[in-house]
Design a protein around this ligand. Structure first.
Ligand code: 5AD
Ligand code: SF4
Length: 345
């Protein structure tokens, strides 16, 4: 379904500036725009709204990809269980905590602990890592550990974890079943609600360019986030990985991913939106363009260098140093967030 042919952007912009919610058709209309001048207007509005709602700060989150073992077989992802070509690694708990200390020493305020779904790390191990990081630093902690049990999420929250990322990837249930054959849509969504109930700041999001996905599906992704207690949402283009069942699929459209980010800002208002690494990987100057299109978070990769290339969820993953990111933020007249950068939802 395409947007209504009689729609124009001016009345939609007026609605947005008045703080009104857009309809699904209006969102589809914005996502279907191809004219570069009109797209520029959307990017400008998105940056204007970002500063109005959230200020000029770009929040930095140092990410530690601490294990590339995964028990699942998502068809798009290089970390999938059946990818026997990947050399696997696990960081020891003390190594993770020391890496977090380095992140704090660099002046960052958040650490993101991410891994495949790796049950080698038990409830108590993760709890102890969280407590130790909280004891040694004043970092906010974001977990991104996949679908874990309520009891684990509860214990980790009590130990001091602040946020949890669990992207739905797509809200189109048949695409979800196709791309994540061993996950159950409703269960994953249920965990999102549990996380919110436990008081986590919750992150969702998805990919652009999945098999069979339309702009109408992307509009549904945004509406789902608007309607649920989601404080942050990461969207990036799908990137084909040679050692997965999706090796022959085309990459997602980087330009559409950028437009989706801007429309996400317009639709989701105060939700935190990262400039994703996938976008930086596919689009030249993708991070800069993302900030100029509504992103307010960057996640510099702080994984120890010897493991970094092994966390290959997709090929040629962009790498940007902390210094480069800070210079970039300053060069476009924005500032690095000094506080923890807690989400507002
Ligand atoms: N292309 C783009 N993004 C991917 N992710 C995983 N595999 C790919 C891929 N092939 C994203 C997913 C996941 C996050 C860790 O990385 O959105 O949630
Ligand atoms: Fe594992 Fe996550 Fe990759 Fe799925 S997307 S295979 S759960 S690391």
């Amino acid at each position: 379904m395409k947007g209504d042919a009689t729609m124009t952007i001016s009345p939609i912009f007026a609605k947005v500036r008045a703080g009104e919610d857009l309809t699904q058709d209006e969102i589809i209309f914005l996502l279907s725009i191809t004219d570069s001048e009109e797209k520029e207007k959307i990017f400008n509005l998105a940056e204007e709204l970002t500063i109005k709602y959230l200020g000029p700060e770009i929040h930095l989150r140092g990410i530690i990809e601490f294990s590339n073992y995964c028990s699942r077989n998502c068809n798009y992802c290089g970390l999938r269980l059946d990818n026997s070509k990947l050399v696997r690694y696990r960081m020891q708990p003390e190594e993770i905590v020391e890496c977090a200390e380095k992140i704090a020493d660099l002046g960052l305020k958040t650490v993101v602990l991410q891994s495949g779904e790796d049950f080698w790390y038990t409830k108590d191990m993760i709890r102890d890592i969280i407590s130790e990081i909280k004891k040694r630093t004043d970092l906010a902690i974001t977990l991104s550990l996949g679908e874990r049990k309520y009891e684990e999420l509860k214990v980790w929250r009590e130990a001091g974890a602040d946020r949890y990322l669990l992207k739905q990837e797509t809200v189109n249930q048949s695409i979800f079943a196709e791309i994540k054959p061993d996950s159950v849509y409703e269960e994953r969504f249920g965990i999102l609600k549990q996380l919110a109930d436990l008081g986590y700041q919750v992150g969702s999001g998805g990919m652009i360019g999945l098999p069979g996905q339309t702009v109408s599906d992307l509009a549904d992704d945004l509406i789902y986030i608007r309607e649920n207690p989601v404080g942050m949402a990461g969207f990036g283009p799908f990137i084909s990985h040679g050692d997965t069942p999706y090796s022959s699929l085309s990459n997602g459209d980087g330009e559409l991913a950028l437009l989706l980010l801007a429309v996400a800002r317009i639709v989701l208002k105060k939700v935190f939106l990262p400039a994703t690494t996938a976008l930086e990987t596919l689009v030249v100057d993708g991070r800069k363009k993302a900030i100029k299109a509504g992103a307010n978070v960057i996640m510099p990769n702080m994984t120890p260098i010897n493991y970094r290339k092994l966390y290959e969820i997709y090929p040629n993953k962009a790498q940007t140093t902390l210094d480069e990111v800070v210079d970039l933020i300053k060069s476009i007249g924005r500032v690095v967030g000094k506080g923890h950068g807690n989400t507002l939802i």
